[in-house]
Ligand binder design. Structure first.
Ligand code: AMP
Ligand code: ZN
Ligand code: FE
Ligand code: FE
Length: 284
């Protein structure tokens, strides 16, 4: 069993990259990908820990792209995380976060909540700040009972403290990953909130035309019907099939490493095909 979608303290997970790798070993995973939001800061530590623990580590990233009214995340596997142009590109996203965060604070304060940016930064420790860190501060202060409630009442799209930030267009997010030698994969397609299968199929066809190379078929929140649909789509467009839990440690309760909500089981074969694609890319 493997897990190709996880977050560490470099973004909004609660385990350090090394602790995550040790946990993967405890869970008897054969391979683990670290896919922090908009950052590659945790990858070196994860790769080192992987060597030490004898577990295969896949370097990755998760990039949010523009998509009206819903959420489009593109995973990038085996990106060269020393590539200067790539680092410059993702630094734009990190800057956008840092510009957004004070605005969220102002909105929360305007709603009468006692919260400061400093408190949220402390919550994020050394990693970059994400909305789950705001949620944790609100939780500790008793304003809400679960992180999910923080998104419903304050932080999520459509809630009063929601603040948009710059995102790349999907075509550019894909290009940036390809430019760094990586394999772009459409993350958790269900968050696209497509209304019909045909609509999803059009989106995937467009993205495949822009250089998309895979679909995250196995995911903690995907139903068996969704898994079947995404698998068919992947096969139709010659895209690799990946899967992962989206483990965030304590920041998202109920999702366990490797097994998600309990039933997730991503076969190693997915990683073999992903690696074959990396070889193809490097040959050309
Ligand atoms: P950000 O990258 O700062 O915009 O925060 C996005 C992250 O917030 C996602 O990757 C999830 O980890 C988390 N998130 C988004 N929506 C929810 C929700 N409804 N409940 C709990 N966590 C959420
Ligand atoms: Zn996250
Ligand atoms: Fe995501
Ligand atoms: Fe994720």
């Amino acid at each position: 069993m493997i897990d190709l979608h996880t977050h560490s303290t470099a973004s909004d997970g609660t385990m350090s990259p090394a602790a995550l790798v040790r946990h993967a070993k405890e869970m008897r995973l054969e391979a683990l990908a670290l896919t922090d939001h908009d950052t590659v800061e945790g990858l070196e530590e994860a790769l080192d820990a992987g060597k030490h623990e004898g577990i295969e580590i896949v370097p990755g990233i998760e990039i949010s792209a523009e998509f009206p009214e819903s959420t489009l995340h593109i995973l990038g596997y085996y990106v060269d995380f020393t590539n200067r142009a790539f680092l410059d590109n993702i630094s734009i996203l990190q800057k956008a976060r840092n510009e957004r965060n004070p605005t969220i604070i102002k909105k929360l304060q305007a709603l009468g909540l006692d919260i400061t940016l400093e408190e949220v930064v402390v919550e994020a420790e050394t990693g970059q700040v994400g909305r789950p860190h705001f949620a944790q501060v609100l939780l500790k202060k008793g304003y809400i009972k679960t992180p999910h409630e923080a998104f419903e009442r304050y932080l999520g799209k459509g809630a009063p403290a929601y603040t948009d930030k710059f995102r790349f267009a999907p075509v550019d997010a894909i290009a940036h990953i390809r430019q760094a030698g990586g394999i772009p994969v459409l993350g958790h397609p269900f968050t696209l909130k497509y209304k019909t299968t045909a609509e999803l199929e059009n989106i995937v066809a467009d993205m495949a035309g822009w250089g998309l190379m895979g679909i995250e078929v196995y995911y903690s929140e995907h139903s068996p019907t969704q898994v079947r649909l995404y698998k068919d789509l992947a096969e139709k467009h010659n895209l690799v099939i990946t899967g992962g839990s989206d483990f965030h440690g304590q920041n998202i309760k109920g999702i366990s490493l490797g097994i998600g909500k309990g039933g997730l089981n991503v076969p190693y074969k997915c990683l073999e095909k992903l690696k074959a694609r990396v070889k193809d890319v490097q040959k050309h």
